[in-house]
Design a protein. Structure first.
Length: 317
């Protein structure tokens, strides 16, 4: 399958006029969610996680019994072995974290869907309470690794990044999402067009989804009382082969996908100063990614100017 064909397969659903405001959208979603216990799906993208993936699946099964679990094996050198109660998808050739999450989300069937890393452990009851909260709110809800509380989109070096800067306080609305334990109603994920796909294998998922949610007026809620035991990889250990330029390709493409021409061109000097070279812009501005970006932006009710005025006024300076 060519890149153009692959991106055309990525579902981007048009926004109906009656979903263009968060309040009526929330009312419609709540009306469809009357059951006490929502059916939940867990999507886990994995590459060469081995025993860590098994422990993550066992933790999910212990803390959220009955949940549908979808594991996407993104071309692991040693393929993931089938596990009881797990739907296993495999990419023979690595497609990247974002496309694997997108594929797992598309294959899942639950009314609320978690997106998790493959190296996490959970406390009893936390996932269930997060699922129930997500079923009652038209928002993306996330939990943080121990010691972190909330993420904010901030301008740095002329660009926009997620930074940890929150404090404990129950359910707290934030502008960013980080931590790799995310849950939302399927209707919310569908409204976003699924998990946003980036060209290289790793990096910038959090910024991409935070900005996409903002452009759709979808709140992001940090459940600061819940924490996950996040088994970070060792320093220098990455799930994909080293790709020094991959981060910059994703960065340039992220801005081309989500911003209209005027804003993208305004950000371009800062992208160059940060390290994006001509090869990164060549990918970002290639026909396949330009077409995908046009479809993504066509579903967003909030303009770039409205986005910056609402919570990133410094981006206008």
């Amino acid at each position: 399958m060519t890149l153009t064909e692959r991106l055309r397969d990525v579902a981007v659903k048009p926004v109906r006029q009656d979903l263009r405001e968060c309040v009526p959208c929330k009312e419609k979603m709540l009306a469809a969610m009357k059951a006490d216990a929502p059916t939940a799906s867990i999507v886990i993208a994995s590459r060469d996680e081995g025993e860590r993936l098994i422990r993550t699946v066992e933790s999910v099964q212990a803390t959220l019994p009955g949940a549908e679990i979808v594991v996407v094996d993104d071309g692991s050198v040693v393929p993931v072995v089938p596990m009881s109660g797990v739907t296993l998808l495999r990419h023979e050739t690595p497609q990247g974290c974002s496309l694997s999450r997108h594929a797992g989300l598309a294959a899942s069937t639950g009314r609320v869907v978690f997106i998790l890393d493959a190296h996490m452990l959970f406390r009893p009851g936390d996932l269930d309470r997060m699922a129930r909260y997500a079923a009652e709110h038209a928002a993306i809800v996330y939990a943080c690794p121990e010691g972190y509380f909330g993420a904010t989109l901030k301008q740095w070096n002329g660009l926009i990044f997620c930074k940890w800067d929150g404090v404990p306080g129950g359910y707290v609305q934030t502008t960013g999402m980080m931590g790799a334990c995310y849950v939302a109603q399927r209707a919310v994920w569908d409204r976003l067009g699924g998990w946003l796909v980036l060209p290289r294998q790793y990096g910038l998922d959090e910024e991409a989804m935070s900005l996409l949610a903002a452009k759709h007026n979808i709140p992001i809620i940090c459940a600061t009382m819940f924490h996950v035991e996040h088994h970070f990889r060792s320093v220098g250990e990455t799930p994909y082969p080293p790709d020094p330029n991959g981060y910059f390709v994703n960065l340039a493409t992220l801005y081309r996908l989500l911003f209209e021409d005027a804003a993208y061109q305004a950000f371009k000097p800062a992208l160059r100063r940060f390290g994006c070279g001509d090869d990164a812009f060549a990918v970002a501005e290639s026909p396949a990614w330009m077409e995908y970006g046009t479809r993504l932006r066509g579903t967003c009710p909030k303009s770039d100017l409205d986005l910056f005025l609402s919570f990133l006024p410094e981006a206008l300076t």
